[in-house]
Design a protein around this ligand. Structure first.
Ligand code: SAM
Ligand code: SF4
Length: 335
């Protein structure tokens, strides 16, 4: 049955059923592609949504058709009241999941299970400790690796996110895929995307086509199996015959998947962004605090969504820094 248009249906008929909530702008890592070296201007603490405000805004979205919520950040687990946030959101009728760097996830296994969180995405950009340290500017490699194994042992569905950067970790693509020989994980290669302060350069990006060229040169045609992607999936999924795990490519730059986009984002300071690449935001938190109805603001923001990548609909526009330089850093958007 097709759903009726509502405040979460945009002018192209796309229904937004997936809300990604950033719970904090803070992080215990400093990934170079996400956080500028000089750090970011943090929102004052009083401008960050409380757990109850997160719940109230999330509930409004769920009441209007959101069926999936992913918690992200910054690093969602560094929020002091993360347990309370999780329990409040778990009371909504929604599939709850999380994206984390996994540095401290071992402390939260019980609460994650209690809240029925099954799907956890973990960022890991290198399997070489020194390179991990270089990209994250921290030395938590072993902790992260141990925690990935712990999550798998504890029965979570784990996806690994690796942002590929030419000359840095593109020589690890096959090593990452081979992790799936014994581990039931989905390795997702993400094309490096431009955000404020991350010194994006097309030359540094490893494209979908380049990844597949390497895969096809390494494995035989019969070994590489194309899997069926889930509806609204942003990734193209593959499996190597006989491997427990699989791999996928998220090609937001070379192959945008905007036509089937069902995502909307809420930043930690209570603003909605109708697209990861959109430079504009709509404040929900201030009106909520004043007791105003936030539904008309949500509707207007959804209606204003561009057809493709926040208006960056050609690769030429992508390459003009003035068009994407105005966006926030990823750390403050919530990937
Ligand atoms: N701290 C958590 C983590 O690292 O998983 C959650 C937040 S992080 C911003 C969410 C995702 O965004 C991560 O998988 C990260 O790799 C991805 N990301 C950040 N900056 C990116 C960029 N410039 N291009 C592509 N992906 C990026
Ligand atoms: Fe932190 Fe995640 Fe950004 Fe790395 S990618 S700095 S772990 S928010």
């Amino acid at each position: 049955m097709t759903k009726q248009p509502n405040i979460l249906t945009d002018s192209f008929g796309r229904q937004h059923t997936y809300l990604r909530i950033s719970l904090t702008e803070l992080c215990n890592l400093r990934c170079t592609y996400c956080m500028p070296a000089e750090g970011i201007q943090l929102s004052p603490k009083s401008h960050i949504m409380s757990f109850d405000e997160v719940y109230q805004i999330a509930k409004t979205f769920v009441d209007h058709g959101v069926t999936k919520i992913r918690l992200t950040g910054g690093e969602p687990l560094v929020r002091k009241d993360i347990g309370v946030v999780l329990k409040k959101l778990a009371s909504l009728s929604v599939e709850l999941s999380m994206t984390t760097n996994a540095v401290i996830v071992d402390r939260y296994i019980d609460v994650l299970k209690e809240c029925n969180i099954k799907n956890i995405n973990v960022s890991l950009d290198s399997l070489v400790p020194k390179k991990f340290e270089k990209i994250t500017r921290r030395n938590n490699y072993q902790q992260v690796l141990d925690n990935i194994h712990l999550l798998i042992q504890e029965g979570f569905n784990v996806k690994l996110n690796a942002v590929l950067i030419k000359g840095f970790n593109d020589n690890e693509i096959i090593d990452f895929i081979n992790l799936g020989k014994e581990l039931p994980i989905n390795i997702r290669f993400i094309e490096f995307m431009p955000f404020d302060g991350n010194k994006w350069d097309k030359q540094k990006m490893v494209s979908y086509a380049e990844i597949m060229e390497l895969v096809n040169a390494t494995f035989s045609e019969s070994q590489v199996q194309r899997l069926q992607d889930a509806p609204n999936d942003t990734s193209k999924n593959y499996k190597i015959e006989g491997y427990k795990g699989s791999f996928a490519i998220i090609s937001s730059v070379t192959n945008p998947f905007c036509d089937s986009c069902n995502r909307i984002r809420l930043t930690a300071n209570g603003r909605i962004k109708n697209c990861l690449f959109s430079a504009s935001e709509s404040d929900l938190l201030t009106p909520l605090r004043k007791g105003k109805d936030i539904k008309p603001i949500i509707k207007k923001a959804v209606q204003a969504k561009f057809k493709t990548r926040g208006g960056m609909d050609t690769s030429e526009k992508f390459e003009k820094p003035e068009l994407h330089g105005k966006n926030r850093s990823m750390i403050a958007i919530g990937g």
